[in-house]
Design a protein around this ligand. Structure first.
Ligand code: GN1
Ligand code: MG
Length: 364
């Protein structure tokens, strides 16, 4: 996990936020945590009970109270499954503040505190097929445990989050507006996106045939905690985008973040390769753990999901670049364009190796 020193001004804000949480005690320390692109996340060490503090990004999550409410509902369901012996992973609760709520609204924003699991760590890149299998097992356990979750009780936090036609519509609007005059800098990438009509049509047809499940929708590798003792995945974190969706989305984001040999913002595109052994372990782990919770048609959709999520992320990063970087945190001016190019290259490589990947899934 990424930890950095907190600046003075931020420290004052955090100090005032912490007075609203019973867990805080004199002499705590705070450091930045994780590599999320949306929220601001901190680790608070207070006495022997560390916890996670997070400022929810209101620009992205327009109704933050729905984010914490959804997370509470899902977590309660997972706790119930665990008590019945049907969920082997750890559950992670949001902590109540002094107003007995899991969301805190202050002038500085919307804040929440979340349990911290001791002796755990997160990773940003998979290193072995065994680790990949553990990743897939964990997210499959999560999907399976939510298979009987009453989806109608959840709010759709970001409508059409993984709806490709909607994301392409947003891209078209960003191109037409060309708000910050960047269009000419990315014309080849824009053209490539819209040349993928066969794939776009394939996705549009497929989604009419798939059952809607409650999915995580952000199954990147660093949204899991691993045990420092066993090095197995022990908890799924970041429930912000749990919403109705398709299993292929959750499988697709795993492939996106585990199978490339490069991080999502690397510019070394000519060095990008698909790690087939990792793909194979993800597919095996995911399908075998889901077992009766995945149908034949859903199995057949997994590879489309693996192509779809990198393609959609390329579209989303490119849209944000054209919009002037309002959505994803960036570290430099061209960051979103680099991410978009990287994700499109991943889509291209996965498309080129589609037959081979298909065979791997068919042989499980
Ligand atoms: C965002 O902030 P983080 O890392 O949890 C994004 C995901 C993307 C991801 C790309 C709400 O997730 O959809 O896949 O960045 N979350 C939202 O790294 O848009
Ligand atoms: Mg997230």
């Amino acid at each position: 996990m990424n930890k950095t020193i907190i600046e003075d001004e931020l420290q004052l804000t955090l100090d005032s936020v912490l007075t609203h949480f019973q867990r805080s005690s004199p002499g705590y320390s705070i450091s930045s945590l994780g590599n999320g692109l949306i929220n601001h996340t901190y680790l608070v060490k207070a006495g022997n009970k560390p916890f996670v503090l997070q400022r929810i990004n209101e620009h992205v999550f327009r109704q933050p109270w729905l984010v914490t409410r959804n997370a509470d509902l899902i977590n309660q369901h997972l706790i119930m499954k665990k008590q019945l012996g049907n969920y082997p992973l750890a559950t992670i609760s949001q902590l109540t503040n002094t107003k007995d709520d899991t969301l805190l609204q202050l002038d500085s924003g919307y804040w929440r505190a979340i349990e911290f699991i001791p002796c755990s760590y997160s990773v940003d890149a998979v290193t072995t097929p065994q680790q990949a299998e553990s990743v897939a097992n964990a997210f499959a356990e999560f999907n399976a445990a939510l298979s009987d979750f009453p989806a109608q009780t959840l709010s759709e936090i970001i409508p059409d989050f993984h709806h490709l036609a909607h994301r392409l519509q947003q891209l078209t609007e960003a191109i037409n507006t060309d708000k910050v005059k960047r269009k000419s800098r990315c014309q080849p990438l824009i053209d490539y996106c819209f040349e993928q009509q066969i794939f776009i049509k394939e996705v549009a047809d497929l989604i009419n045939t798939l059952p809607v499940k409650v999915t995580h929708n952000d199954t990147k590798i660093n949204n899991l905690l691993f045990s420092s003792n066993t090095h197995q995945a022990i908890a799924v974190i970041d429930l912000d985008t749990c919403m109705p969706g398709f299993l292929m989305h959750d499988f697709g984001d795993m492939v996106r973040t585990c199978c490339s040999n490069l991080p999502e913002d690397s510019g070394a595109l000519d060095q990008m390769t698909i790690r087939l052994d990792i793909f194979s372990s993800l597919a095996k782990g995911y399908i075998s753990t889901l077992d009766k919770h995945i149908s034949e048609i859903e199995k057949g959709s997994l590879l489309v999901g693996a192509l779809l999520i990198p393609f959609m992320m390329a579209v989303r990063f490119l849209t944000d670049y054209l919009d002037g970087d309002n959505y994803f945190h960036i570290k430099h001016q061209e960051h979103n364009l680099e991410r978009a190019k990287n994700q499109m290259q991943l889509f291209k490589l996965l498309s080129q190796q589609r037959e081979q990947l298909d065979d791997i899934i068919a042989n499980i």
